[in-house]
Design a protein around this ligand. Structure first.
Ligand code: PEP
Ligand code: MG
Length: 537
């Protein structure tokens, strides 16, 4: 048994025979040519054939993964006509007098290196796309264009890297999972893996001699096991059975409304901490994202995430959710979430200290950068913005002033944005008590029961010694939830819960009776909650 760590692209588990995949690399020789026009005519014919192949791939992908996942093949078709790319090939053929396959291969290498060296992660990931279209052209030009092999039996595919076209051509019914050494979590192959619900790991140091051995891709732990022992096999089997049970539940409940028998509708949204978590949200049929903990972008970084980095992340989430509501919470750093580059001073009582909106309102530049990124991303989907740890109307009014200034800046620059809904988290008894006034300022409330319990019961949620005292079912907490719902509705705001209590199935019926409008929970709780609500009168 051997075990290797990698970065998980999709949280699922698969077990089966390993197939080591090596690209049939076409060897391209440099040759002198005498008739550049004839070479360029070959290029045109090859491009035409490539466009045709890509169109077929597009149609196959639309059926299998939907339009959003298939869009990359339209992009590839456009890339084939990119002016700079085509001009570079043409110049080499005309000025250097070389054969066209050589010019394509060199141009492909140059362009993909250029993209790979860019700072922007999204642009970096485009290097693989340039390589993919160039290899396609070379295969066609050298007559070596038998496309991706048909898989004969279910396998875990292990490869150095996979191009999107290779991923989509594979017979999905035979593909249990894939493991690659290279590739980024932003790459389209990774995006396709998520949409296809296939467990996948990247960054695993692969070995050719694994071919034919048994493997387990554990997308939950980010681990690849080669030659698993009996115990590991039994554990993987049990997990796969549990996944199959959930998949059954999904089949019957997917696409169904979340409403009680009497017709009261509850929105069931997902809590996420990263862009890649949207896959789990969609796979579990979330009706939207109720809490995107944006601080994870800061926690995963060693520098303040730039406006551009944040914009890309928020935009991808909004696009992935395709018009469904996406509530993004502004930075909630401090207390237990420490980031070195913020240089926060140690505090006696961090939970009662300099955190969340308190940091944003005193380090305005950090806040404004995030708001700019959020507003820019709002042009690409249905984004709402939510503010954590609010205790006063004054804070909300100041936030609204800053937001209005940021909007005015964008408008002056002709940068598009939407008039997003705004909401506040209700996490302190103070916010509950002034709920009605707060509700008049915003569109919605989301109750953060994790902190609301901590501040109501005066119990540090981080202290394991106090676990037995941390009672989220305490009548004081439940009454504060009822007060929040009533105050929100009176002031014209809808009210949801995004703390862990929202997924507590012992309380679901009670929350619905209290008048809750939305529950935002970890993706795997969505369908079980839908089932409970649909069985309520
Ligand atoms: C909460 O406090 O309930 C909440 C959702 O926020 P976090 O757990 O991120 O503090
Ligand atoms: Mg909180």
């Amino acid at each position: 048994m051997e075990q290797f760590e990698g970065k998980s692209i999709f949280r699922k588990i698969a077990m089966g025979k390993i197939l080591f995949y090596e690209k049939a690399s076409a060897v391209v020789k440099r040759e002198k040519i005498s008739d550049p026009a004839a070479e360029l005519a070959r290029l045109d014919a090859a491009k035409e054939k490539a466009v045709h192949q890509l169109q077929q791939l597009y149609e196959k992908a639309v059926k299998e993964v939907g339009e959003a996942g298939a869009a990359i093949f339209e992009v590839h078709q456009m890339m084939l006509d990119d002016d700079d790319y085509c001009e570079s090939i043409r110049n080499m053929v005309e000025q250097d007098g070389v054969n066209v396959e050589y010019a394509v291969a060199v141009t492909g290498d140059n362009f993909s290196q250029m993209f790979a060296s860019m700072d922007d992660d999204y642009m970096k990931a485009r290097a693989a796309d340039i390589k993919d279209i160039s290899e396609r052209l070379v295969r066609i030009l050298t007559g070596n264009d038998s496309d991706m092999s048909a898989l004969e039996e279910p396998v875990i595919l292990v490869a150095d890297d996979l191009a999107p076209s290779e991923t989509v051509q594979m017979d999905k019914s035979k593909l249990l999972g894939f493991v690659t050494e290279h590739g980024s979590s932003n790459s389209h192959t990774a995006i396709l893996a998520r949409t296809m619900n296939i467990p996948a790991l990247i960054g695993v140091p692969i070995q050719k001699d694994w071919n034919g051995k048994m493997g387990i891709v554990d997308g939950y732990r980010g681990v690849f096991i080669v030659d698993p022992d009996e115990e590991q096999i039994a554990k993987a089997k049990a997990q796969m059975e549990e996944e199959a049970r959930k998949a059954e539940l999904l089949k019957t409940l997917k696409g169904q409304k979340t409403a009680t028998k009497s017709g009261r509708e509850i929105h069931l949204y997902a809590n996420i901490g990263s862009v890649s978590d949207t896959a789990g949200a969609l796979a579990n049929d979330a009706e939207g994202i109720g809490l995107f903990r944006s601080e994870f972008l800061y926690l995963e970084s060693d520098h303040y995430p730039t406006e551009e980095e944040q914009f890309q992340a928020y935009k991808v989430v909004a696009q992935n959710m395709a018009g469904k509501k996406v509530i993004i919470r502004t930075l909630d750093i401090g207390a237990d979430k420490k980031v070195d580059y913020f240089e926060l001073e140690p505090e006696e009582n961090p939970a009662l200290g300099y955190r969340a909106i308190r940091i944003c309102l005193t380090r305005e530049e950090v806040f404004r950068t995030q708001l700019r990124a959020l507003l820019r991303a709002s042009a690409f989907g249905n984004i709402s913005i939510m503010f954590p740890m609010i205790i006063s109307v004054k804070e909300v009014r100041r936030i609204k002033e800053i937001l209005a200034e940021v909007k005015a800046e964008l408008k002056a620059l002709d940068i598009p944005y939407q008039d997003v809904e705004i909401g506040v988290m209700i996490e302190t008894p103070a916010a509950v008590i002034i709920g009605e006034e707060l509700a008049k300022e915003v569109d919605f409330f989301s109750i953060g029961t994790n902190d609301l319990t901590q501040y109501t019961l005066a119990i540090d949620r981080q202290n394991p010694k106090l676990d037995e005292f941390y009672d989220a079912h305490h009548p004081a907490v439940l009454r504060l939830i009822q007060m929040t719902i009533d105050a929100g509705h009176k002031g014209g705001a809808w009210v949801g819960i995004c703390g862990e209590l929202g997924a507590d199935m012992e309380l679901t019926e009670q929350f619905v009776k209290m008048g809750i409008d939305e529950l935002s929970v970890s993706p795997t709780f969505i369908l079980p909650l839908r089932e409970i609500i649909r069985n309520m009168d």
